[in-house]
Design a protein around this ligand. Structure first.
Ligand code: LLP
Length: 437
């Protein structure tokens, strides 16, 4: 991939026009890129979008209209899926699945009320779901349903890998999934709770590589034989990496599919019934589509270091401070746009009152510089590959409003989330009436 460091447009729209129309900081998503990435995965029977990566209703609607189903990890993610037009219910394949390691009370209420299939990441979830469904049956005065409700299990295969230790979701250091050695017990636990295991799922980490992802096939096959022929689906989870740096290429999806397809075919032959193959990407679908447009508000020389300070901070994009993540950046001059600017080494930071508010840093908080074109206050800085885990991880730290979001679709920019107002930010806050006054 190539990421130029000076740009004038995003998907044919002038950066300066977008900034003027919607203000800064603003996330901009190119719908065409999301659709391209969806099409890359067409060989899988089901692509289930991990909406935690970017869950704006307009993005959910976009992927839904392109045949992508959805994963929800919280009660409100279920409600987002419903609000974006997904239907609840156990149809095969289910449009919405709830995947988590716990049920909070609200999530348990919702999955039962809407009959949403559950991908259990802990033995306690199996018991809690079974008990709740049992209570419902007896409250209705009925005998337990003769056909046990299907559940899927998220298995931790004992190994994992991610772009950071914080995104590795396998092995003993991770809280995620049902430990692979407890699978047999969980099959029995499910049976006792009048549940049957219809699917297995493994997600070993986010931003990993094909080498690690490929090892999951073997672990899945082994686990599937423990469950046996009640299985009708296997899910490869998410984790597909995406290029963030100049020169990085996209992964070989056909090769990855072939490995999983072979696994699925062996299982289908062994069990004598078809097995549906799911993939659950978040980053792969969303990351490349997004750009964060910010304005350079100050340029400071601090000793030997030159800083570009933006109106966007880690309240808008937390990945660099959390994981030392690298994002491509480009200067977009506000005036005289076509003229190339010479490069200089700069550190790029935000407005927050915290030293860690730096976009050019490595894991561990080590500040680094990178060559970017010479810029002036008032020019724009575009941070690339910010479609995934960016806006959704935004916060109100320093009482900064959540940024606006814009979808570039069919040649026009559409505002899909307006910038948060002060009134919206404080609307849930209450000053108690003082008794002593
Ligand atoms: N399925 C499950 C069960 C997951 O936990 C995740 C991500 C995905 C799918 C999607 O993974 P992806 O395809 O996006 O790699 N905030 C971090 C990433 C956290 C990922 C959490 N789980 C980051 O900014 O890199």
């Amino acid at each position: 991939m190539s990421f130029p460091t000076q740009i004038e447009t995003i998907a044919g729209h002038a950066v300066a026009d977008l900034a003027e129309q919607f203000g800064t900081p603003t996330f901009v998503y190119d719908a065409a890129k999301i659709v391209e990435r969806i099409n890359d995965l067409a060989a899988f029977d089901v692509t289930r979008y991990a909406q935690k990566a970017a869950s704006n209703l307009a993005l959910l609607d976009l992927v839904r209209r392109h045949g992508v189903l959805v994963d929800s990890v919280s009660a409100f993610e279920i409600r987002r899926a419903l609000a974006a037009g997904y239907q609840a219910g156990p149809d095969e394949p289910p449009q919405i699945v709830y995947t988590a390691d716990i049920f909070d009370r609200e999530a348990l209420d919702l999955v039962v009320e809407h009959n949403i299939p559950v991908n259990c990441g802990s033995p306690d979830m199996i018991t809690q779901l079974g008990e709740r469904l049992g209570e419902r049956t007896s409250a209705r005065g009925g005998t337990p349903n003769n056909s046990p409700r299907g559940i899927t299990l998220r298995i931790n295969p004992g190994f994992g890998h991610g772009h950071s230790q914080k995104t590795n979701t396998g092995g003993e250091q991770s809280k995620h999934g049902i430990w692979h050695e407890q699978l047999e017990e969980c099959v029995a636990l499910a049976t006792r709770n009048h549940l049957t295991i219809t699917g297995l799922h493994m997600h070993i980490g986010s931003g990993t590589d094909l080498e690690h992802l490929s090892q999951v096939c073997g672990a899945m096959e082994k686990a599937a034989h423990v469950v046996g022929p009640t299985l009708t689906t296997i899910s490869a989870g998410g984790g597909l990496p995406t290029p963030y740096r100049e020169g990085e290429e996209r992964v070989d999806i056909p090769a990855y599919f072939d490995l999983w397809d072979a696994t699925r075919n062996r299982l289908a032959t062994a069990f004598g019934n078809p097995i549906s193959l799911e993939i659950e990407p978040g980053r792969y679908l969303a990351a490349e589509s997004g750009s964060l447009i910010a304005e350079i508000r100050a340029i400071k020389q601090m000793g030997k270091n030159l800083y570009y300070l933006l109106d966007a901070g880690f309240n808008d994009l937390a990945r660099p401070i959390l994981y030392g993540s690298y994002h491509p950046m480009a200067v977009s001059p506000a005036s005289d746009p076509g003229r190339p600017r010479p490069a200089q080494e700069v550190i790029v930071g935000g407005p927050l009152c915290e030293s860690g508010d730096i976009f050019t840093q490595e894991e561990g908080g080590f500040v680094c510089s990178r060559p970017l074109p010479k810029a002036s206050v008032g020019d724009y800085l575009v941070i690339g590959c910010t479609g995934a885990y960016s806006s959704v991880m935004g916060s109100n730290y320093n009482s900064k409003p959540l940024a606006a979001e814009v979808l570039l679709q069919d040649g026009a920019p559409h505002l899909i989330r307006k910038r948060q107002t002060f009134e919206e930010m404080i609307c849930g806050e209450v000053i108690p009436k003082a008794e002593y006054l």
